[in-house]
Design a binder for this molecule. Structure first.
Ligand code: F6P
Length: 317
């Protein structure tokens, strides 16, 4: 069997561990693995490399991806289907193992299914916004990275009280990532794009938290509406300074956590086994701790919004 690994969209911690897990397992069984350089655009251009398992094992825990990705909608080009078929036949590729987030899965999986290209998706995104799986690869590492930042902010907030601290996370367009970080990190408030809060209410709540605890710790999603207005008007209404930190892409490029390294290997093993069992279309999912391959497309179009009960618990509503 010859598999080609393609990375599509934003990278995520754990991708290198999944590449390593798949490539080394395949090599042990006498299978071949190629990787596309530059996502589907690279695949259509025949930019393929043999996975170097010495390199993949060395970098398995590191952030980023040893195979470059792309956000270019290469498969939407009119001649994409023929080019893909030509490259796969020319290189003897039996199937594709595609790493990507919600956008990639929603747009690419129906297309490849239509074209009858044997393909398994492995959901990789820090955002954890892919329907049908409890967890996406990379999410835990991004939470871990944020937890460390939050701990540092809490230390300085305690030492020099009287201020509001806001920590912005990636995760757009959803608030799953911000909520997970706020809950585990014991933040006073989480601000999610799905559930914007009224400014006067927010100002009053932040004032009370600072009076009671000496400081306020807020985790907010990069997609929270009108962050600039918030930063201008909260200090005006409360008389309290805001100190703002954005994790940015350092969060996405974080090293993989232990759990993501484990999940990467579980997911890549499940994908390899499914191909061997003859599965032609599927997505790897983790549900209540068990990793399996869901046959066919996704069970629903979009993941439900973040858990409102949990948000209300964090925000003490
Ligand atoms: O891959 C998901 C994600 O990391 C989001 O959390 C973030 O909003 C976005 O990608 C950033 O994308 P880009 O790297 O294109 O700026």
């Amino acid at each position: 069997m010859k598999t080609c690994i393609v990375i599509s969209g934003g990278d995520a911690p754990g991708i290198n561990a999944a590449i390593d897990g798949y490539a080394r397992l395949a090599a042990r069984q006498g299978d071949r693995v190629l990787g596309a350089q530059g996502g589907f655009a690279g695949l259509l251009d025949n930019r393929l490399v043999e996975i170097d398992t010495a390199l993949s094992s060395l970098l398995a825990g590191r952030g980023g991806s040893i195979l470059q990705s792309s956000r270019a909608p290469a498969l939407r080009q009119p001649d994409a289907r023929e080019r893909l078929a030509r490259v796969m036949a020319g290189r003897g590729i039996d199937n594709l193992l595609v790493f990507g987030g919600d956008g990639s899965i929603q747009h690419i999986s129906p297309l490849l299914a239509d074209w009858a290209v044997p393909c398994i998706f492995l959901p990789t995104t820090i955002d954890n916004d892919v329907a049908g799986t409890d967890c996406t690869l990379g999410h835990d590492s991004a939470c871990n990275f944020a937890s460390q930042a939050l701990a540092g902010i809490r230390a300085t907030a305690n030492a020099l009280p009287g201020r509001i601290f806001m920590l912005e996370t990636l995760g757009a367009p959803t608030g799953h990532l911000a909520l997970a970080i706020a809950y585990a990190g014991g933040a006073h408030l989480a601000l999610l794009p799905e559930y914007p809060l009224e400014l006067n209410w927010l100002a009053a709540r932040l004032t009370r938290i600072v009076e009671r605890e000496g400081h306020a710790l807020v985790v907010l999603s990069e997609a929270y509406p009108a962050i600039d207005r918030l930063l201008k008007e909260i200090p005006q209404r409360t008389g309290i300074r805001i100190r703002y930190s954005a994790l940015g892409h350092a969060q996405r490029g974080a090293d993989a956590s232990h759990n993501d390294r484990r999940l990467a290997r579980d997911m890549s093993r499940a994908a390899w086994r499914a191909f061997k069992d003859g599965l032609r279309q599927g997505i790897v999912v983790e549900r209540t701790g068990a990793v399996s391959v869901h046959e066919g497309g996704l069970p629903s179009a979009a993941k439900p919004a973040p858990d409102l009960d949990l948000l209300e618990f964090v925000n003490q509503l």
